[in-house]
Design a binder for this molecule. Structure first.
Ligand code: HEM
Length: 119
């Protein structure tokens, strides 16, 4: 049986593995290709520690960070599917479920603000 997400190391594994999967996707990769990974990965780890481990200090507006990107419903579905798969590959338990639910709901929130849900 797998363990649940319990600490910062687990978040590191989840985030590193997830973006390795994202970069294997021909459709998602272009959005991340010019990114400064040394800045992005720590931000994502801080974000997930804030969501899952109640660590203080993440203050960015995640939705706004995405509004300038040319995203579609299909891209969100793929992002969320890859994220769910990565979580399930390593973890099992309430925090693993919470991670998947939050990723899905934040995705819905961003799509709603971008008017993508009606397509
Ligand atoms: C098609 C789907 C998505 C794409 C292509 C995408 C792409 C990106 C990119 C390129 C950045 C870096 C922005 C920058 O620093 O300039 C970013 C940041 C971020 N994304 Fe997404 N994203 C997607 C969906 C999501 C979803 C569903 C979540 C929900 C958890 C999410 C959470 C974040 C967070 C937390 C940041 C960091 C914001 C910060 O602190 O600067 N993204 N995303």
């Amino acid at each position: 049986m797998k363990e649940d997400i319990q600490n910062a190391e687990d978040i590191n594994l989840l985030v590193n593995d997830f973006y390795a999967e994202v970069m294997k996707s021909e459709t998602l990769r272009p959005f991340f290709s010019g990114l400064n990974w040394e800045a992005h990965l720590p931000k994502m780890k801080k974000f997930w520690r804030f969501i899952l481990l109640d660590e203080a200090g993440y203050t960015e507006n995640v939705t706004n960070k995405h509004l300038h990107m040319h995203l579609t419903k299909a891209l969100f579905n793929e992002w969320v599917l890859l994220f769910h798969r990565t979580v399930d590959q390593h973890f099992e338990g309430p925090r693993a479920e919470q991670a998947k639910t939050r990723a899905y709901l934040i995705g819905i929130g961003i799509q709603s603000k971008m008017n993508l849900l009606k397509d």
